[in-house]
Design a protein around this ligand. Sequence first.
Ligand code: 5RP
Length: 220
Amino acid sequence: MKEKVAQEIARRVKSGEVIGVGTGTTVDAALSEIGKRVQQEGLKLAVVPTSLQSAWRCQELGLTVLHPGYCGHLAWGFDGADQVTKERWAIKGKGGAMLQEKILAKRCKKFIIIADDTKLVARLGAGCPVPVEVIPEARILAEEGLKALGATEITIRTGSGKHGPVITEAGNIIIDAVFSNISATLERDVKSIVGVVESGLFIGYAHEVLVAGAAGISSL
Ligand code: 5RP
């Protein structure tokens, strides 16, 4: 399924473009397909990545990697998601890159989410916590604030290969917060907690969602 959306993204890329690239295994699959076009057709592409992982992968594939800090608006970009709805609301950030991913989403005139149909849900939240990037010094305040907003379970993300919390590329921690009710205002409310840098709630950012299922690709 991932390959199907990956191929669709690669088909849309035009030589000479500058596009935004998200993070994750679905994005990696799309990059591999784009890489094939670089090899076979001499496609020339510049990218604005959202993580070191994506930047390094793009570099390996022969794409020109631009620093996000030097870029303004882009015509389009693509990224994966952990959950997405028909209304194109999404939860992102299982890979911990949601801060750069949200900046990318905002700078793209057309921000496309790509996913397989296991990610498509009627309502966000069930079985998928909302990742919240927090300045380490504000951990306790942020936990309190998230509980006050209705979070029923709160976990500091830890990783393999390290003792202690996962540290994002911006030097922050991630709190995974379970919400049973995700309303249109939750993203703004979470962001207003002191010490919260960004959350993985993407409400109203995606202009198109490409979902791959057994019957093919649907565009939402
Ligand atoms: C990373 C993300 C990813 O796009 C999201 O977790 C989906 O990843 P995958 O394609 O590996 O399932 O938001 O921060």
